[in-house]
Design a binder for this molecule. Structure first.
Ligand code: FDA
Length: 503
């Protein structure tokens, strides 16, 4: 079969892949990007690129016959999920034992489906997690560069205080304040100027129309609008969509060889292709990249990968929960989908938690305060290759999730006590589950910086092989992770383009 070769290949088009491709393209290096999802730029028969959250169709999820939304129920009723046709939809939920991982699929990866919260961690915690990285350089150069490229902006505080669309956040802030807890505004990549026009009725509604986990049709500065637009603008970057990298190996001349399945919109493999390249950048995300490398090591196609490949994986301590407010503490029928505030108790050494005040836009008053708690859960798990099934498995246990739950519970018990309120028991399935402990939005680790790679993401055991995505982060970063992933990738590319690709 014909082998398509390129000087550089980037696997995956999320944050890590986007930074790699832009900086390679700017350096004049011809780069091919392989992305298993589709390009989200053409409208369906309803005139929209993405479907709505309230009436999801095939565009919502990656080859499913029924949606798998994080909040499965309301009043214990199975009213949230809907039957859909299988299709390369934008949101995937990857199931492992005891833990499932939500990821975005398409050009832009997680940026297509996430809440846009663009948070820089406190420097002291960054240093704790990345002791070998020069934090001054990160906070002086790479974080600012990442935020500028991502289009990070902040909500106008005066508008925030007055708009009906953030009543839910003000109500949660008040409840936290009653418990003596600090809240803080968080930046976002959603264009708040556009959102104000939505509220004024002068622009098509997106964040104010419930759009988020199945994609935003307006307002969101997802990576296709930022890094990918710039990368394609260099003229050196080509993106191949609906192409899933199946395996990696190395040829005798030192080039990397990739076996890739091209699928159609039914999921059928229509072609199996071979690619080869001199420089290979892995941006498949924490689970995508780690699965590829674990499989390559344990099937012997890249046997010199070290034992740290697959290890050090965590959920960023994610736990979701809801509280029931008193009837007089309304959240409003209208909720914007972009979170703008967090309860910041990270400095509490006994129980560090940063909890995002999350939206639950249902179009009616439900008195629910929803949160995504990020806890400092120290538990980590490893991926292993199971030769019998050929699958890569994750060794995360329910007891490891229980650590996140108990930390979240400590914080929210304080809030409930101070407000004489209770948890909601009806949101996460037919039981009386209060804490969603079986999924994460923030998969981190698997190829940890300085362990599976050197301090710049160069994979140990091989040259010209790099990881640039969330698998570098050691399981936890204390806040929502994409700004950190982007900034670390910027740091890697700045170094690699000077040291490794010089003629
Ligand atoms: P990312 O997952 O973005 O990209 C990987 C890409 O590689 C995907 O497009 C995938 O399809 C592709 N791929 C994987 N394997 C492949 C293969 N073998 N072949 C070809 N392609 C392959 N974070 C944050 O900071 N603020 C927030 O508000 C939120 N909110 C949020 C909500 C929801 C619903 C989710 C699911 C996630 C978030 N996140 C978030 C998390 C954030 O989106 C996440 O951390 C980043 O997208 C991770 O970036 P990466 O570059 O690591 O991979």
């Amino acid at each position: 079969d014909a082998v398509e070769s390129a000087p550089a290949i980037v696997i995956g088009s999320g944050y890590g892949g986007a930074v790699a491709a832009l900086r390679l393209g700017q350096a004049g290096i011809r780069t091919v990007v392989l992305e298993m999802g589709r390009l989200w730029n053409t409208a369906g028969s309803d005139g929209k690129v993405f479907c709505s959250t309230s009436a999801p169709d095939q565009r919502s999820m990656w080859f499913r016959t029924r949606t798998e939304a994080p909040l499965a129920t309301f009043l214990w009723l199975d009213v949230v999920n809907k039957d859909i046709g299988p299709y390369p939809g934008v949101l995937d939920r990857v199931h492992y034992d005891n833990m499932s991982v939500y990821v975005g699929r398409g050009v832009g990866g997680g940026s297509l489906v996430n809440g846009g919260m663009a948070v820089t961690p406190v420097k002291s915690y960054f240093t704790e997690q990345f002791p070998t990285v020069d934090a001054d350089e990160m906070y002086g150069t790479h974080y600012p560069r990442a935020r500028a490229m991502l289009g990070v902006n902040t909500i106008d505080p005066a508008w925030f205080e007055s708009t009906e669309w953030y009543r839910f956040t003000r109500t949660s802030r008040k409840a936290a304040g009653n418990a003596g807890l600090k809240t803080t505004f968080v930046p976002n990549v959603y264009d708040f100027g556009y959102m104000q026009q939505e509220a004024a009725g002068t622009a098509t509604k997106s964040a104010l129309a419930g759009e988020v986990i199945y994609g935003n049709n307006q307002g969101k500065r997802s990576l296709d609008k930022t890094y990918w637009a710039a990368a394609l603008g260099t003229g050196n970057v080509t993106i191949h969509t609906l192409e899933k990298v199946r395996s990696l190996s190395r040829a005798g001349d030192g080039s990397y060889v990739l076996t890739v399945d091209r699928i159609d919109t039914t999921g059928a493999v229509v072609e199996t292709k071979q690619y080869s390249c001199t420089y290979l950048f892995l941006g498949g995300g924490s689970v995508g990249t780690t699965e590829l490398l674990v499989r390559a090591r344990d099937t012997g196609t890249l046997p010199d990968l070290n034992s740290a490949v697959g290890a050090g994986w965590g959920t960023n301590g994610n736990t979701m929960l809801g509280r029931a407010n008193h009837v007089w503490d309304t959240v409003g029928a209208n909720e914007a989908t972009m979170p703008v505030m967090g309860i910041d108790d990270w400095a509490n050494a006994d129980n560090p938690v940063f909890a995002e005040i999350a939206p639950l836009p249902m179009g009616f008053e439900h008195w629910i305060s929803l949160y995504l708690a990020i806890t400092k859960n120290p538990e980590r798990a490893s991926f292993t290759y199971d030769s019998a099934s050929g699958a890569v498995k994750l060794g995360w246990t329910a007891a490891q999730s229980a650590v996140s739950v108990s930390m979240a519970k400590k914080l929210f018990d304080r809030i409930n006590l101070a407000n004489a309120t209770i948890y909601r028991y009806d949101l996460f399935g037919s039981g009386s589950k209060v804490f969603a402990d079986d999924f994460t939005y923030h998969p981190l680790g698997g190829c940890v910086l300085g362990k599976a790679t050197d301090d710049y993401g160069r994979v140990k055991g091989y040259d010209r092989l790099y990881v640039t995505d969330g698998s570098l982060v050691p399981g936890n970063i204390g806040v929502n992770p994409f700004v950190t992933i982007t900034a670390l990738a910027e740091r890697t590319m700045a170094r690699v383009l000077v040291e490794d690709t010089a003629p």
